[in-house]
Design a protein around this ligand. Structure first.
Ligand SMILES: NC(=O)c1ccc[n+]([C@@H]2O[C@H](COP(=O)([O-])OP(=O)(O)OC[C@H]3O[C@@H](n4cnc5c(N)ncnc54)[C@H](O)[C@@H]3O)[C@@H](O)[C@H]2O)c1
Length: 348
């Protein structure tokens, strides 16, 4: 069993804890949060620490999950890696591209694994879309488009969640980043052209976008687009749609559903398969959305442990994937300011 330390036991940290409780490849052995009340609720067999540095320097765990507010990710991850720990850091990876680059450099220098919590990759509907692309059911992939929305400020319980200096941006760095990662994961090619527009008109926050429209092009010419929103008055949902010459595949949440349409030639007789994931919908009705997230974290832990043992990475988002997910929003901010297409000067 891989022994995990958990730093940050708030909203998503609590769900991480639940996933560690049911995982068969790892366990929670150490914890720290600034809120002592959260630590006091933990079972006795988990070692609690007075500060994060003590935990990271201890031998009470082999790896850590960092689920604090985003502006603490970089320093905690670097200290963890330099103390011989593998790291899962929650999205967004850090508040700036420069911070992400420091994290990647440290992981490489220390020879430790650093991954980013893009758990939407493990949603059953996303797996169907990914499989349809991989088994060439859609023919040659041409474009992937996506949407992510929620109601914005009324969702948030803390001000750091919509503070540009702490989160690194607005909706793109919050909910949009998950769908952006999915689009890149499905395109599965270097992204080297980015353009976009942002707006701050509804919530009127300083430099913090409430809506963003993003366009991408990969090295081989596959296109991508995303609308990310904090003004989705219908509530939280996201979707991705992948289009090839011979069909399309769509994953939608919530409730979870998928659609796959295939044909033998462009415009030919279409066959359609829909999946409504009824057990997942019922489970969420009684146990909440967190029950789906727990399942995704459990699968992510499997891939993480595999990667640390030199095995396949599965669907896990690597540090380079995390870096890309920050490079693209920053390119969108530049594109909006300069009214230009931005060429990513790194492998995207
Ligand atoms: N994967 C996902 O889908 C997902 C969902 C929600 C949030 N997140 C990300 O997880 C991170 C945490 O978000 P959240 O919603 O759980 O926030 P939260 O405010 O609910 O919880 C943060 C916790 O961290 C603690 N904390 C604050 N500063 C700390 C520090 N320096 N050291 C240790 N503990 C500290 C707080 O006391 C709190 O308990 C953010 O980066 C967020 O973007 C990811």
């Amino acid at each position: 069993m891989m022994r995990f330390g958990l730093i940050g036991l708030g909203g998503i940290g609590e769900v991480r804890k639940q996933a560690l409780e049911v995982s068969d490849v790892c366990e929670l052995t150490a914890a720290f949060d600034l809120d002592a009340n959260l630590l006091a609720q933990l079972p006795d067999d988990i070692t609690v620490f007075k500060d994060a540095e003590q935990l990271l320097k201890s031998d009470a765990c082999d790896a850590v999950i960092i689920s604090t507010p985003t502006h603490f990710h970089k320093d905690l991850a670097i200290t963890a890696l330099e103390n011989g720990k593998h790291v899962i850091v929650e999205k967004p990876m850090a508040s700036s591209l420069a911070e992400c680059e420091q994290m990647v450099e440290t992981a490489e220098r220390c020879g430790k694994i650093l991954t980013v919590g893009f758990n939407h990759r493990y949603f059953a509907a996303i797996k169907e879309v990914k499989a349809a692309i991989q088994n060439e059911a859609l023919g040659t992939l041409r474009y992937v488009k996506g949407y992510a929305g929620h109601t914005g400020l009324s969702e948030f319980k803390s001000a750091w969640m919509y503070d540009k200096d702490k989160m690194g941006g607005g909706t793109l760095m919050d909910n949009g980043i998950h769908t952006l990662d999915l689009i890149c994961y499905l395109i599965n090619d270097e992204i080297n052209e980015v353009s976009g527009m942002i707006s701050t008109k509804t919530w009127q926050l300083d430099r913090t976008e409430d809506n963003a429209f993003v366009q991408l092009r990969s090295q081989s010419g596959v296109m991508g687009s995303l609308h990310s929103s904090w003004t989705e008055w219908k509530g939280y949902h996201f979707y991705v749609e992948a289009y090839g010459d011979l069909g399309m595949a769509r994953a939608y949440y919530a409730p979870m559903s998928s659609t796959i349409i295939t044909m033998e030639k462009p415009g030919g007789q279409a066959s359609k398969k829909r999946n409504f994931y009824i057990p997942a919908i019922f489970r969420e009705k009684f146990k909440g959305w967190q029950s789906t997230v727990v399942q995704t974290f459990v699968e992510e832990f499997h891939d993480f442990v595999s990667l640390t043992n030199g095995g396949p990475a599965g669907a896990i988002a690597t540090a380079q994937d995390g870096l890309r997910s920050i490079a693209i929003p920053n390119a969108v901010y530049d594109s909006d300011r300069d009214h230009q297409v931005v060429t990513l000067n790194r492998p995207g």
